[in-house]
Design a protein around this ligand. Sequence first.
Ligand code: HEC
Length: 147
Amino acid sequence: MKRFHALRLPLFGLLVALPLLASAQKKPVKPMDFGQQEFLSQCASCHGRDGKGNGPIADLLRKPPTDLTTLSRGNAGIFPMARVYDSITGDNVQAHGSRDMPVWGQTYRIKAAEHYVDIFYDPDAYVRVRVLALVEYINRLQGVGKP
Ligand code: HEC
């Protein structure tokens, strides 16, 4: 009987700890946020991890990278989706003068060609999917850090 008493505390501890451990393991895995991942790996160097335009290489550019969190505010509260899309693909680049913002439409087109070397694919659809993921993520950044 004495032995049983000595075991009671550790047994009780196990009873409490096991369900806790089990519930910790059941935590849902966060789904991959493709737009965010792409933004952090391709855009944050200039636009900053928070999109506010203060990335580590921003100072090296002639023109400061746009604060991407205030695009709706500067457009009467409406997210300027078409403009943002064209800014990313490079479709609204002016005919004259060079800009510091890379032309992603072309970059993704090249990536697609490298990826689907000998398989039929739609280059326009590939570019659209990748750019739309970024547009959707930038839409979610609107108003971040707003007072
Ligand atoms: C090498 C630095 C650099 C990188 C990398 C970069 N940008 Fe830019 N971006 C700029 C600069 C500078 C501007 C300011 C406008 C210009 O130069 O045309 C800009 C402007 C923009 C605009 C225009 C906003 C408006 O007012 O319409 C959008 C949208 C944008 N960037 C999105 C992105 C996205 C998305 C990525 C990643 C896929 C990215 N940028 C990567 C430098 C960069």
